[in-house]
Ligand binder design. Structure first.
Ligand code: HEC
Length: 212
């Protein structure tokens, strides 16, 4: 203890590091400032991640072509929403698209796809990440010829209904008794998912040997 610091009225006394009041004031003010910062960040994240927000398109994006291109200014791959390309050849309203998403989500939850797959990197690592699965070149290059289907979405439906019939990898996806309606809704969900701007995740998707 320095005797001169215990005197009152000087700046040195008010900043006395031995005084519990100094630390209490510090803790209270830092907590208050951080609450404001947290509230701001939460509101800002909701703005970015909610449907229709900056990074997440509306569900009726499934009516459009979705591309994936390297953006030099951001130095990452970003989804590019192009001209009309209705899923299963049928343009849907936002309400119809929402119903498909609800159903697709239920299929994914009820079959516990996350026990083997990841979405946005969350889940298990037995199967490939599904975030950009819609854009996987394997649909046109491997599964369309394999299933004999003329479109990517039809090949996906066929694969989801009978994954055990079309293995392309050392690990196989089991048949999960997915009906055709359920498979179509899941494909709609996967198409919308691929249009989300995930800040480049997963990196190098679709380039040689990275999605597997
Ligand atoms: C028991 C583990 C397991 C479960 C559960 C599972 N999958 Fe798979 N899935 C796999 C494996 C392994 C592959 C790779 C199969 C292959 O290439 O032959 C795969 C492949 C896929 C693919 C192709 C991905 C790509 O881009 O190459 C899709 C889409 C897919 N699964 C969707 C689903 C959905 C949707 C569910 C839930 C309804 C699900 N999976 C449940 C293991 C699983």
């Amino acid at each position: 203890m320095k005797p001169e610091a215990t005197g009152s009225g000087t700046i040195a006394a008010r900043l006395d590091l031995q005084d519990p009041l100094f630390w209490r004031a510090g803790a209270v003010s830092v907590t208050l400032v951080m609450i404001v910062v947290l509230a701001f960040l939460s509101v800002d994240s909701m703005r970015v991640i909610s449907v229709g927000g900056r990074n997440v398109p509306n569900y009726d994006v499934i009516n459009y072509r979705i591309g994936y291109q390297f953006d030099w200014s951001r130095k990452m791959d970003v989804p590019v929403i192009g001209g009309a390309q209705p899923l299963f050849g049928k343009t849907v309203t936002e309400a119809e698209a929402t119903a498909l998403m609800d159903k697709g989500k239920l299929v994914i939850q009820s079959r516990n796809c996350m026990n083997c797959h990841t979405i946005f990197g969350n889940g298990a690592y037995y199967g490939p990440d599904l975030t950009k699965s819609w854009l996987d070149p394997a649909w046109s290059q491997i599964w369309m010829p394999m299933t004999g289907k003329a479109t990517r979405e039809d090949a996906m439906v066929e694969f989801l209904m009978h994954p055990d019939k079309y293995p392309t990898w050392t690990r196989q996806m089991p048949n999960l008794n997915i009906s055709e309606d359920e498979a179509r809704a899941t494909v709609a969900y996967l198409k919308w998912l691929s249009a989300i701007d995930t800040n480049g995740f997963p990196a190098n998707f679709g380039k040689a040997n990275t999605s597997r």
